[in-house]
Design a protein around this ligand. Sequence first.
Ligand code: PEP
Ligand code: MG
Length: 560
Amino acid sequence: MTSTTPATPPVVLRGVPVVPGVQYAPVIRVSTLPEIQVPAGDTDEADRPAEAGRFAAAVTAVATRLRDRAAHATGAASEVLAATATLAQDRAWLGAADKRIAAGTPAVRAVTEAVDQFVDLFTQLGGLMAERVTDLRDIRDRVIAELSGLPEPGVPLPEVPSILCAEDLAPADTAGLDPQLVVGLATTLGGPTSHTAIIARQLGIPCVVAISGLGAVAAGAMVLLDGTAGTLTADPDASAAADAMAAAQKDALAARRWTGPGATADGHAVAILANVQDGAAARAARDTPAEGVGLFRTELCFLDRDIEPTVEEQAKIYGEVLDAFAGAKVVVVRTLDAGSDKPLKFAGHPDEANPALGVRGIRIAEGNPGLLDRQLESIGAAAETTGNPPWVMAPMIATAAEAKSFAAKARSHGLTPGVMIEVPAAALLADKILEHVDFLSIGTNDLAQYTMAADRMSADLAALTDPWQPAVLVLVEMAARAGAAVGKPVGVCGEAAADPLLAAVLVGLGVTSLSMAPAAASAVGAKLAQVTLEQCRAAAEAVLGTATAAEAREAALARL
Ligand code: PEP
Ligand code: MG
C-alpha cells in the first residue's frame, strides 16, 4: 500500500451517491481475467464431444462454487449468489454455447460469443434486464478462467480495511463481503438499483456509483470516499480526510439521538414523514421519528393481483395504514400509480412502445373511471372506520384539468385532494393546479426522469436522473413558490427528501414537508435541527445559480 503526499490539489472524482457515510482507506481492485489467446481455427470433429464435456464441467464447477458461497452467506448476499449460480446454468445461454461447440467453435470462443448474444439482447430490453448484463459477463469470465486453468477472477481478500473500486461489481464479487475489511464501494458503472447498491445498503457501507475517471485510481492509493456527497478524492490531505471521517461520525451520532419533531435549528417546523407500501411497513415506520405518512404507494399492495380487489378488501388494507398512524400529523394516500415499471394486471394497460410516457398514473382513470371511483370510495370507507381521514393525491398529473377532475371526485368522497408534481408541465403550471387542490407533493424520482428525459431505471443515465440536477430543483422551487403564494402545503416525497443535505436545500426552496424511506428519517431530521432556515434559504439560492449537479452539491455543502 502506498500513500503519497500530493504536489497538486487532490483529484476529486464525482459519481452518484447511493449509501451515505465517509471512509478513508486504501483501494483494492477486483482481479480481472488476463487477455486469453482464443484458438482461431475450429475444433477437429473427433474432439468436439470432449470440448463439450470440458465446457459442461467448467460451468458445473463455477455454479457449484457460487452455490457453496451462497450457503455460507446470509440475507440478500446469499440470494444474489444463488441467483448468479442459477444464471450460470441457464439453459438459454448454455444452449447457445453448446450449439457453437457442436459446430466446431472452441469452448472459450463459444462462451464469449454466446454471452455476447445475450448481452446484446438484455441491453436492448433495457431497465432491470440491462443491469443483469454485469452478471452474465461475470459468469463468462469465471467459466473462461476455469476452461483456461486460471485462478477465478474476483475480489482479493484485503489485509487492512479497504475501499473496493471497480468498473462494475458482479453480484458474486460483492455478495459475502466482510464490512470490517471492505469499508466502501466505488464503481464506474452501476445505478441506484444495481447489485452494487443493494449489497452496499445491506452491508451499511458508503457507496458511490457511476464515477467517471475511477479507472485511473490504482490499487493501493489512499482515497476518501464520501457516500453522502457522491465523491471519491484520490490521495487527499490526510488530516482533511480524518476531519471528514470525524464529521461523518458526528452526523451518525446526531441521527441516532434525534427524536423529532422536524424543525430547523431556529424552530421552523418541517414535518418528517414516511413513505410506506402497506400496513406492516406503516407499523414499522411508527417506531421511527416519522410524524406521519407522506406517501402511501397503494399500487404496491396489488402488484400480484389479477383482478381488482373489492371495495371492502381495499378499505381494510388502507385502514391498516390509517390505524398505524392514528393521531398522526397526516397520512397521504396516493391513488394507484399503475403503469410503466409498476403494471397492474387489472388496470387494463394498453400495449405501448414507451410505457413511461404512456397511459400510467392518473391517465388510467381516463379509460377506466370506475377504478378510481372505487378506490376513492374504499379510502373514504377506511377513513370512516378508523376515524383517521387521510389526504389523497393523484400521481402523474400533467394538467390543471386533470387536477380539477380528480379534486371533484375526491371531495365527493369527503376526502382532502392533492396531486403529485412529477411532470415538468405540472411544476410549470403549479399555480393553476393549486386553484383546484389543497396540497402538492413533489415526486422528484419521476420529476427528474421527465425533466432530464432519462429513464430512472437506467444505470447508464444515473448522473442525469440525479435529483441535484439544477433543472429539477428550479422546478421544485416553482411548485413550492406557487404553494406559498396561496398558503397551501407543498411536500417532497421522492428520494431527494432522504438525502439530508438536499433535504435542507428543499426546505430553503420552500418545501413544507419531507417524506422518505423511514430508515432515512433520523438522519434528515438531525440535519435540519443543525441548520437555520436562513442557511437553508442561502443554500437554496446558491444551488439555483449553478449549472451542474456537482456544483449544486458543492454550493449547498459550503453553506450548510
Ligand atoms: C416519485 O416519482 O418521486 C415518487 C415518489 O413516486 P414513485 O417513486 O412511486 O414513482
Ligand atoms: Mg413517481
